[in-house]
Write a protein that binds this ligand. Structure first.
Ligand code: UDP
Length: 241
């Protein structure tokens, strides 16, 4: 069962096992858009109506970030943080067991190639039907969409960054209405080995954001969303000022 809670007017879904719920939906051929909500995306959605609408329509919004998880816990919800990259990894393992057909979209050509190598080595038998880098023009985009429509994959991982991947999935998911579509942000960079996740100690202490800032200092402006999120949800109880 999926329970819907909310953070700053956006839905967030809570269940004991996301993976089990997703498999059940797949068995019923129900298409899914999975969104990995964190504080940064929550704050972007406050002034991006299109993103906000897409999050509200998605079948599954998971608590990807420490900020949203801590907020839900403060409301008395029994919830565990579910980092998108870990859910995507679990999905690929399930996909391998069940012979799901997969497409990957996003990342630079070199990152994509390394990502393919990573998964083909790690999960032999994984059926990655096709993969497209994320730096496409409109002609290539039409070709990608036509290929997706022909292949009808079970799982489509899209790594174009937030909010582009969410918008792209929402605009194009009708081409594969029974597929599980998931935006995975920088996961391909991690699987390709060009970026690292924060060490476990930082992850377990809700300090993944600090490591991200250290690794990608140019993100500081985007990451101002974190103190803004804390201000809005914790100190100001959801009010704007
Ligand atoms: N990316 C892409 N096409 C673009 C812009 C970005 O494929 O036009 C990829 C980029 O190579 C990277 C991912 O999107 O692999 C974005 O990663 P980021 O860590 O910025 O994700 P976010 O923090 O936005 O979730």
């Amino acid at each position: 069962m999926l329970k819907t809670s909310s953070v700053l007017d956006l839905p967030i879904h809570i269940t004991d096992s996301y993976i089990q719920w997703i498999v059940e939906q797949w068995q019923q051929r129900k298409g899914l858009h999975i969104i990995t909500l964190n504080a940064e995306m929550t704050m972007q959605a406050q002034h991006n109506e299109q993103l906000s609408t897409i999050i509200k329509r998605a079948e599954l919004v998971i608590p990807d970030g420490a900020g949203v998880t801590l907020f839900l816990k403060s409301k008395g919800e029994k919830v565990q943080r579910c980092p998108g990259i870990e859910l995507a990894q679990d999905l690929l393992a399930v996909a391998c067991q069940n012979q799901w057909r997969i497409c990957l979209i996003g990342g630079t050509p070199s990152v994509l190639e390394k990502t393919l190598h990573h998964w083909q080595t790690k999960l032999s038998g994984l059926q990655i039907l096709n993969a497209f880098d994320g730096y496409f023009g409109s002609d290539q985009e039409s070709m990608i969409l036509q290929t997706l429509a022909e292949l009808q994959p079970d799982l489509i991982l899209v790594a174009l960054g937030v909010p582009r991947q969410e918008v792209w999935i929402a605009q194009n998911r009708d081409h594969c209405p029974h597929a599980i579509w998931m935006g995975v942000g920088g996961s391909f960079d991690v699987w390709a080995g060009v970026k690292k996740r924060a060490p476990r100690l930082l992850r377990e202490n809700n300090l993944e954001w600090l490591y991200r800032l250290y690794q990608e200092p140019w993100r500081w402006r985007r990451m101002l969303a974190l103190p803004q999120f804390v201000w809005r949800v914790v100190i100001n109880n959801g009010e704007k000022n």
